[in-house]
Design a binder for this molecule. Structure first.
Ligand SMILES: *[C@@H]1O[C@H](CO)[C@@H](O)[C@H](O)[C@H]1NC(C)=O
Length: 220
């Protein structure tokens, strides 16, 4: 039930009035190119690092605020959602909690189905960055193609390429001296805790890639 409620929390199923909007009659969902339900123009799914409190912490919060500041004046709506998962360090050492990757994959998959015109970004910090890799590999090729960008901070898999076309849509922040990015997990240094400094850089990258009316018009 916990998982279910988390999944429901990011489903754009209800209008702001809380009423499920009926589909127009006589039109086939699969052949329509427009969003059928109240969807945001842009979805960012962000997974936090090990032991950080849920759901948007010291990196995601300024990242989200910075992105809102860029998109709002352009009348581009944003849904910025934290992916919940058991962010225990022991799973970080094992390469990332499997439930985290599955939850992010399901969030992306559902959004693709419900909001075919929206742009989708996956993002994460440290343990959360590992989950973006899991997601990239779990998505089907046509789903991968719907991801407008991947943004990671302090990614232990920094040197590992993502499957096409996502490697070319990727921005990975790794500060000099952050040896987590070199796969050295047992000596976490101050450089691993300074990625809030890149919140605006990350937001600019996302804004460059999204918001032109959805899939097909984003810079892909
Ligand atoms: C990230 O932030 C640091 C510190 O402000 C800066 O030196 C670096 O250039 C930024 N990285 C990118 C890719 O923008």
């Amino acid at each position: 039930m916990v998982l279910f409620s988390h999944i429901c929390s990011f489903l754009p199923l209800v209008s702001p009035t809380g009423v499920l909007e009926p589909l127009p009659t006589g039109s086939a969902l699969v052949t329509e190119s427009k969003n059928k339900l109240p969807c945001s123009d842009v979805y960012v799914f962000f997974a936090r690092g090990s032991l950080e409190p849920p759901l948007l912490g010291p990196i995601a919060t300024p990242f989200k605020q910075s992105l809102e500041r860029i998109l709002a004046p352009r009348s581009i709506s944003l849904s910025f959602t934290g992916i919940d998962y058991p962010n225990l360090p022991e799973y970080f050492f094992l390469g990332g909690h499997p439930l985290g990757g599955r939850t992010m994959t399901l969030a992306v998959r559902t959004t693709i189905l419900i909001c075919p015109m929206s742009d989708i970004i996956i993002s994460g910090y440290s343990h959360g960055a590992q989950l973006t890799h899991d997601t990239a590999f779990q998505l089907l090729p046509h789903e991968r193609n719907r991801i407008a960008g991947v943004v990671t901070f302090g990614d232990p898999l920094y040197r590992h390429p993502l499957p096409p076309p996502l490697q070319a849509r990727r921005l990975s922040f790794c500060h000099p001296g952050d040896n987590i990015c070199d796969g050295d997990f047992y000596d976490i240094r101050a450089a691993h805790f300074s990625y809030h400094l890149n919140a605006t850089d990350a937001a600019k990258f996302v804004a460059e890639r999204v918001g032109r009316g959805g899939f097909g018009r984003a810079k892909l």
